[in-house]
Ligand binder design. Structure first.
Ligand SMILES: Nc1ncnc2c1ncn2[C@@H]1O[C@H](COP(=O)(O)OP(=O)(O)OP(=O)(O)O)[C@@H](O)[C@H]1O
Ligand SMILES: [Mg+2]
Length: 248
């Protein structure tokens, strides 16, 4: 059996004296969509940043992070990117004054530098996934709507042809229809073989497209299971899927 794409165990992260994540263990298999849901401040972004090696200098991680069966805890972020890991952070970090197309081309920069001749081969597939980006290819990224900006951030990540795509709250601040559109696209990415680790507060949308899910609460993984089972779990329904609006 081949190793999972990502396997994290005993991962703890502290910022100074405060431990924001306690002994987390998660697994993402090839071609899977796995989501981590949980409220504000639970440690979701901390988990993703630790996996990517992108914690702020004040953050310290311990535990094991294995990618494709190999421990990578000591690898700098550039090496993780070079091996096919990609994080779309909460702050999307687009180049506002550059066009949509130039932002996408930058997403392939690593492949270009690695000498790949066909480093732009994902441009048309990305435009096919996101026709709105194709229509706006010459528009400055800074003038895009929130939903379009989110599409651009995901599209730019795909230009690097990642094996593991990590998305930090792709639905943040978006209207329900756009959320639906984005999640539909994330779900469609499964066909490309990419493994996706999805962090979300929108539990309903996330579990609908996921194979497996984890619930993170104040630094601890409180629940886990097949996404369909989690969506039926009374506690998940009450806290995350109920009629009540998510806590602000
Ligand atoms: N650089 C930092 N220094 C100190 N504490 C931090 C730092 N970054 C995050 N924290 C704390 O760690 C905890 C987890 O934060 P994190 O950003 O991982 O939560 P989150 O689940 O992503 O929340 P949200 O849904 O609001 O994005 C919070 O209590 C936060 O205040
Ligand atoms: Mg966060």
């Amino acid at each position: 059996m081949t190793a999972p794409v990502l396997e994290v165990s005993g991962l703890a992260v502290r910022y100074g004296k405060i431990e924001a994540l306690h002994k987390a263990a998660i697994k993402v298999g090839a071609g899977q969509i796995v989501s981590v849901i949980g409220p504000n401040g639970a440690g979701k972004s901390t988990l993703l940043n630790a996996v990517m090696g992108a914690l702020p200098v004040t953050g310290h991680a311990s535990g094991r992070v294995a990618y494709m069966g190999e421990e990578i805890g000591a690898l700098p972020i550039e090496r993780r990117v070079a091996r096919g890991m990609c994080l779309v952070p909460e702050k999307r970090e687009l180049f506002a004054s550059m066009t949509v197309e130039d932002n996408l081309v930058l997403g392939a920069y690593r492949r270009k530098r690695a000498g790949e001749r066909n480093f732009l081969d994902q441009l048309e597939p990305v435009f096919a996934l996101f026709p709105r980006l194709k229509e706006r290819r010459a528009q400055a990224a800074g003038t895009l709507s929130g939903g379009e900006r989110q599409m651009l951030a995901v599209g730019r990540a795909l230009m690097g042809k990642p094996d593991l795509l990590m998305l930090d709250e792709p639905s943040l601040g978006l209207a329900p229809l756009i959320v639906k559109e984005i999640f539909h696209i994330i779900s469609a990415l499964r066909q490309t073989g990419v493994a996706t680790l999805l962090i979300e507060q929108n539990a309903r949308a996330a579990l609908q497209i996921s194979d497996y899910g984890y619930v993170l609460e104040t630094g601890d993984l409180a629940l886990e299971g097949a996404a369909d089972d989690l969506a039926q779990n009374p506690r998940v329904i009450e806290t995350y899927l109920g009629l009540a609006k998510k806590p602000v």
